[in-house]
Write a protein that binds this ligand. Structure first.
Ligand SMILES: C[S@@+](CC[C@H](N)C(=O)[O-])C[C@H]1O[C@@H](n2cnc3c(N)ncnc32)[C@H](O)[C@@H]1O
Length: 232
């Protein structure tokens, strides 16, 4: 007998699945969604300041923990060369089989974990809702690799999760205070273009209440090395 439509449970939101790292469940919940706002802001900033991309030699963007590819598809559509990295086989399968990938020949996909993947020099590094899932004891090393990969003038886009987020107490998550976020940007030589601190309670899932505390960041690396600020 088919379930009574009146009593069918409402679909669970994506964060229900992300909490338990159920990535196939997460990918189903976000299927068909468009690019993240932080990526759009980063791409618009780059286009406004660097002008049109050279189609014969497009710059490289890294999409770290790319998931099923909503941001990778937008990067390709805007003419970038893209290295998409994700640790989960289902992410790789879904991304590879997307039907909306423009310039497919400009896309490289690697199934690797952010804790030990090599990050080549790039003009944009996108980490949408990715960094909190890095193992805490590997985060400093990952951030050093991100900082090193960003060329002068390159853009970082993504989220840091804050210390008051409900998931901050989970042992496998990496969260930061506001001052730690600012310190991370500073040590990477990044100046914020957009930085929003979003703190609120989710109202859409009664069985998995969630307090969000998220920093949405778009930041640019200095075009010249930062002068050494030691005392005279
Ligand atoms: C919340 S999803 C975000 C996906 C995509 N960036 C987006 O904005 O929809 C987190 C992603 O991180 C990936 N992930 C989790 N832990 C990872 C790790 N240690 N290394 C690489 N990817 C990881 C998951 O497979 C998943 O695709």
């Amino acid at each position: 007998m088919s379930p009574d439509p009146v009593h069918r449970a409402p679909p669970r939101p994506a964060h229900f699945f992300a909490q338990q790292r159920d990535w196939p469940g997460y990918f189903n919940a976000v299927a068909g969604k468009g690019p993240r706002e932080t990526l759009i802001q980063a791409l618009d900033h780059y286009a406004n300041h660097a002008g049109p991309l050279n189609p014969a030699d497009p710059p490289l963007a890294i999409d770290l923990a790319a998931g099923e590819g909503r941001d990778t598809a937008e990067l390709l559509r805007r003419g970038w060369r893209v290295l998409a990295i994700d640790a989960h086989p289902d992410a790789i399968a879904r991304l590879s089989s997307r039907s909306d990938l423009a310039h497919r020949d400009r896309l490289t996909i690697r199934q690797e974990s952010m804790e030990d993947t090599h990050l080549p020099s790039c003009s944009l590094l996108n980490a949408s809702f990715a960094l909190p899932f890095c193992a805490p004891d590997s985060f400093s090393d990952l951030w050093a690799r991100i900082a090193h990969a960003l060329r002068p003038g390159a853009i970082f886009a993504g989220q840091f999760f804050g210390d008051r987020d409900s998931w901050a107490s989970l042992p496998d998550r990496t969260h930061h205070t506001q001052s730690q976020v600012h310190a991370l940007l500073r040590i990477a030589g990044l100046s914020p273009i957009h930085l929003t601190e979003d703190e609120r309670d989710a109202t859409d899932c009664a069985d998995a209440p969630k307090h969000w505390h998220v920093f949405h960041v778009v930041a640019q690396k200095a075009t010249t090395p930062t002068p050494n600020r030691t005392a005279p």
